[in-house]
Ligand binder design. Structure first.
Ligand code: KG4
Ligand code: ZN
Length: 345
């Protein structure tokens, strides 16, 4: 079964063609990272306009790269929630129009479900159920339990910011570009001491997280290290930091953030000892330290191939494949609605 997956929830315009939920025949991603690098984050209005410009060329390229025509496509899948409203609108309107024109069933897929299913792409060994999934992206930080395909139970979530957002905000304080994750890793590796600064991990009950607390801890430590008052504007701190301090703050923050995530996952494992595999998903799953530490601490841990850890259309197609296998009804293209924020079900 061939599925065309379309993804536009944030700042990547993406389309891919995937066979039977695993074999990726094409995977086209146009990123707007260069546009937003200097702003330190995504501007929703600008993102939507850029999606509009490249959406159809991206879909066409996905078909031509896979050497397929519309006749070969069995279904269209699209991210419909959560994400930036204008960005989601471009992807969903495109998908529903294509579904109507080409008479294909349409599947509206939750973005986090897609991130999890990136772990089934291009891999011979697949995760076993029951599994625990750590979803770490720019918009979400959650621990989910899956007893079977397409069954999700959220057992932990962030009470405020997401971990990726925290990487991005800390990068901004340190004067590093967007996206913050890779920039912090690179800065920390440039001679940074991960034990130089000790940031307290926010104490939140159960399996929930708080990342706004960790971001504030970094901000206060930077101000105190520079001998500046807590009223000193965060956007100016970068002008006072030297290269070594930026490297030390980056390495120390990355260590604390990844430890915090894995400590919660360990707690989830203690509460769910029947777990057979661990699946890490979302943009932050590209993080090297998180990968190394998770592999040390958990048996049978899965990460998506790096090219599938950020937003892409292939993971959307994979998630839709498992919806179809679980007899989920297609969405009426005339009725498809978008929900900027909704929980995975
Ligand atoms: O999943 P994603 O591409 O988009 C959302 O669904 O939000 O995640 C984007 C997030 C950004 O916050 C970015 O800083 C983070 O993933 N990220 C990383 C790394 N690569 C991307 N965080 C830590 N380490 C990385 N190597
Ligand atoms: Zn994402």
């Amino acid at each position: 079964m061939l599925i065309l997956g379309i993804e536009t929830s944030c700042d990547e315009t993406a389309a891919a063609i995937v066979e039977d939920g695993s074999k990726v025949l094409s995977n086209v991603v146009v990123s707007q990272i260069n546009i937003f690098a200097e702003y330190g984050g995504v501007i929703p209005e600008v993102a939507a306009r850029n999606h509009l410009e490249v959406m159809m060329p991206v879909v066409k390229k996905a078909l031509s790269d896979a050497n397929k025509t519309w006749d070969d496509i069995d279904a269209i899948a699209v991210t419909h929630t959560p994400g930036l409203l204008g960005s989601l609108l471009i992807g969903t309107l495109t998908a529903r129009t294509l579904a109507i024109i080409h008479n294909k069933p349409l599947y509206a897929v939750h973005h986090l479900k897609s991130h999890i299913y990136a772990n089934w792409l291009e891999t011979e060994k697949t995760p076993e159920f029951p599994l625990l999934s750590l979803v770490v992206s720019g918009g979400h930080t959650q621990i989910l339990k899956m007893n079977a395909h397409n069954h999700f139970e959220i057992i932990g979530t962030t009470r405020d910011d997401a971990v990726g957002e925290c990487f991005d905000k800390v990068a901004k304080i340190l004067g590093l570009p967007y996206p913050g994750g890779p920039a912090i890793t690179a800065a920390g590796r440039d001679g940074g001491d991960k034990n130089k600064y000790n940031f307290p991990k926010p104490k939140v009950d159960g399996l929930d997280f708080s990342f706004s607390g960790l971001k504030t801890a970094v901000l206060r430590t930077v101000q105190s290290e520079l001998g500046l008052p807590i009223s000193h504007p965060s956007h100016d701190l970068k002008n006072h930091l030297n290269k070594q301090q930026i490297a030390d703050f980056s390495a120390s923050f990355e260590k604390t953030a990844t430890d915090y995530l894995l400590e919660k996952l360990e707690k989830a494992y203690t509460e769910n000892p029947e777990t057979k595999s661990f699946v890490v998903a979302g943009g932050v799953s590209a993080n090297e330290l998180l990968r190394e530490e998770a592999a040390k601490r958990f048996p049978n841990v899965f990460f998506p191939e790096r090219k599938f850890s950020g937003d892409n259309g292939a993971m959307v197609a994979a998630a839709a494949y498992y919806e179809i296998k679980n007899n989920v009804e297609p969405t009426d293209p005339y009725k498809l609605n978008i929900m900027p924020r909704s929980e995975i079900k």
